[in-house]
Design a protein around this ligand. Structure first.
Ligand code: ZN
Length: 147
């Protein structure tokens, strides 16, 4: 199986069966994100234990890439602390925007997003969940837009 096929299957699977989909009861930080270019809407809920994300969920509606990206993100950040999440975010951002970036092993399944950079109009679909997570981690409750 080609790597690109594996990545496509991961995206399709996470879109059809999003992980950590739903809400977290209070007390939890949350933020809403909106990508007007595509119409993607997300709410990300995070529960912090000190500096560590002990639980995370998301809900909303959007295209396959936005849903799959959010699903993959929740799996990747659960149990990590803010510093590790910041490092991961920087790597995902490079992966989505720089054609010369190779996915390193620490990205795990997030490497499946590398195909998105072939479609610049969809980069915001994939990054929306990360912007929304950052807002939830910093503000507690906020709304962000990719515009
Ligand atoms: Zn989208």
């Amino acid at each position: 199986m080609e790597l690109q096929d594996l990545y496509r299957d991961l995206i399709l699977d996470h879109n059809r069966h999003p992980r950590n989909f739903g809400r977290l009861a209070d007390p939890a930080n949350h933020a809403q994100g909106h990508n007007p270019l595509c119409g993607d809407q997300l709410t990300v809920f995070v529960r912090l234990d000190g500096q560590t994300v002990s639980d995370i969920r998301f809900e909303g509606s959007g295209c396959a890439i936005s849903t799959a990206s959010a699903s993959l993100m929740t799996e990747a950040v659960k149990g990590r602390d803010r510093a590790a999440i910041g490092t991961l975010y920087d790597k995902v951002h490079d992966l989505l925007t720089r054609r010369d970036t190779q996915a390193d092993a620490s990205l795990g399944k997030l490497a499946a997003l590398s195909g998105v950079r072939e479609f610049p109009a969809r980069v915001k679909c994939a990054s929306l969940c990360w912007h929304t997570l950052n807002a939830a981690l910093s503000e507690g409750a906020a709304t962000v837009s990719t515009e």
